[in-house]
Design a binder for this molecule. Sequence first.
Ligand code: GLN
Length: 485
Amino acid sequence: MEIYELTIHELHDKLKKKEVSSVEATGAVFSRIVSIEDKVHSFVTVSRDEALRQAEEADKRIASGDMRPLTGIPIAVKDIFCTEGVRTTCSSKILENFIPPYDSTVVARLKSEGAVILGKTNMDEFAMGSSTETSRFGITRNPWDLDRIPGGSSGGSAASVAASECIASIGTDTGGSIRQPAACCGIVGLKPTYGRVSRYGMIAFASSLDQGGPMTKDVKDAAILLQVMAGHDGMDSTSVNTPVPDYSKGLSGNIKGLKIGLPREYFIEGMDKEVDAAVRRAVKELEGLGAEVVDISLPHTEYAVAVYYLIATAEASSNLARFDGAKYGYRAAQAKDLLDMYKRSRAEGFGPEVKRRIMLGTYALSSGYYDAYYLKAQKVRTLIQNDFVDAFKRCDVIVTPTAPTPAFKIGEKTADPLQMYLSDIFTISVNLAGLPAISLPCGFTSGNLPIGLQIIGKGFDDETLLRAAHAYEQATERHKKKASL
Ligand code: GLN
C-alpha cells in the first residue's frame, strides 16, 4: 500500500516505529496531489511550503517522544475554516483574496496536536449546494467517476480523501454537507452533535445548524479526529461545556442488543432502487451482528426541506450582510458613493446561488412575512425535534439512507435548484434537531458508484453512533474498496 493510501491510525503507527517520517509522508501525499489533481480538482489552495515546515516540526516532536495521535499526519481542510496567513475563500469571489489574521479553533487544535495542514479544499460557494458546482474556482470531480459530482458542499474534502490526496480531511455540515459528499465518494463523514465542535473561525452560513466534522477513510479515524476537534471553546457561545468522552475507546465492535430504529418516512417511493436495496441489506447485516430492529415514525419529516430552506436562508441573509466591500474581501471599483460601493461589491462578489439564498432569507425575515414564514418554520422545527425525542424512547440509533441517489452527473441538477435541494432530504432533519449522524459506505451500484448508510444518534451520544458504525464497517469491510484513478 502507498503511504498516501494509509489511514490516520496506520500512518501514526508507521511514524511511531520510525518506518517513515512526516516529511516523507507529506512529500508522498504532495506527489499524489501533483499526479491527479488535474483530474479531480479537490483543492482551492495547496500550501506546500507551510505543510513541509509543519512536517519538519512534527518529526522533531516525534523524535523527542512528544507524539499525539495526529502528530505528523497530513490533513486537508475545507476552505471555510480560517487559517492564519493562508487564503480562505469559501470558494467565493467576494473572499478571493482574503487572508485571515487568525486560525479557527478547529485548525488551531489540529496544529497544536502537530498535524500537517496540506491546503484548503474546494466547496460550494459559502457551503450552499450539494454538488460543489457553485464554487468560484471550478468544479470538483468524483474520483469514482469523473463525469459525476463529488457531492457538496464539502465536495473537495470528500474527493481528496477518496482520491488519497490526503490522509483525512475536515468539512462542515449545515444540512448534509459532510454526509452527502461522504456518501457520494465512498468515505466516512461525521456530523457531530451541534455544540460539540467549536464554530469559531468557521465562516458562518446558518449559525444554528453549522457544525464541523471529520471526513475519513474509516470510522476509527473519525473517532480520532473528533477527539481533537471536540470540546468547549470560550470563543463560541454555542459550544457546550460537557466532558468529551474517549471516542476511540468506545469502538468495541459489539452491538449486541443495540436497538436500531427504521423510520418509515425515509424509505419512500422514488428513491433509487439500488440505494434502497443496499440500505435494506445493511439493516439485515446489522441484525446479523446482534442489533434489534424496531419500526419508528418521524411524522414531520415531509416538512424538513421547507423548514430548512426558510431557517438556513434567513440566517444566511443575516450572516452574509458582513460582506459589503468595506471590511474584507472584494470591493467593486468605480463606485459613486458608499451605498453604491456596497451594492456593486455584493452584486459582483456573490454568485447566483448565494444571491438566491440571501433574497429568500431576507424575504422570510421581512416584516409582514416573518410570522408566516420564519416564525412558522421555527415552530415546525420544534415538532421535528420532538419527533426524534419520541423516536429515541424506542431505539438507540436510527438508520436511513444518506442520500436518495448515488452521485449524479455534472450539470444534471444545476438548472433546477429544487431538484438540487432534494439531495439533502435525508440529512436535513438531523441538523434541524442538532443531532449527530454519520455516513459510511454500505455498498455500490452496478455502475460501481458508492452508496452511503446514515446512522443518527441521540444528542451528545456521538459515541454510540461511532460504535455502531465501526462494528458495521469492520464486519463488512466495504470501506476498503478504493476508487481507481
Ligand atoms: N446542500 C444543503 C444546502 O445547499 C446543505 C449545505 C450544507 O450542509 N452546508 O444548503
